[in-house]
Design a protein around this ligand. Sequence first.
Ligand code: FES
Length: 166
Amino acid sequence: MTYSEKVLEHFRNPRNVGEIIDADGVGTVGNPICGDLLTLYIKVRDGKISDIKFKTFGCGAAIATSSMITELAKNKTLDEALKITRNDVANALEGLPPIKMHCSNLAADGLKEAIKDYYSKRGVKLDEKKIIVLDDCPSCGFELKPFRDKSIKFCPRCGVKVTKEV
Ligand code: FES
């Protein structure tokens, strides 16, 4: 079995390893094929993944794919990040041996779970479009979290629309 240089490089120097204590979303997935485990943490700012970290108890390919998915997902919108597939991860790593393709599922599923968790903390089930109130006003930066329960539509300070469909 031969690994690409890129896989070996991400295995030796994995990016974004660790934990985000105050993460906005956390996803833990196990790989049913081998029993390996991944936890992925995301921080979301203005609808984009502003920070992302992972902890993986698994094989070298699982570590490389976890590392790569953090690079692919960082600074993407949640919608864009949800579209990252296991093939995208494998391609970005310049391929994986066929017997190791399942390892890239761990990374792709972990990211999806973390995004699902982010939405469910806001009362949104993924795949169900809903109107949510933004964290901060896009115009004046006023913090809107305290007003979320009141279902406001416009910023109490500057009057700009502060909802979006997710
Ligand atoms: Fe378990 Fe690779 S062998 S994720």
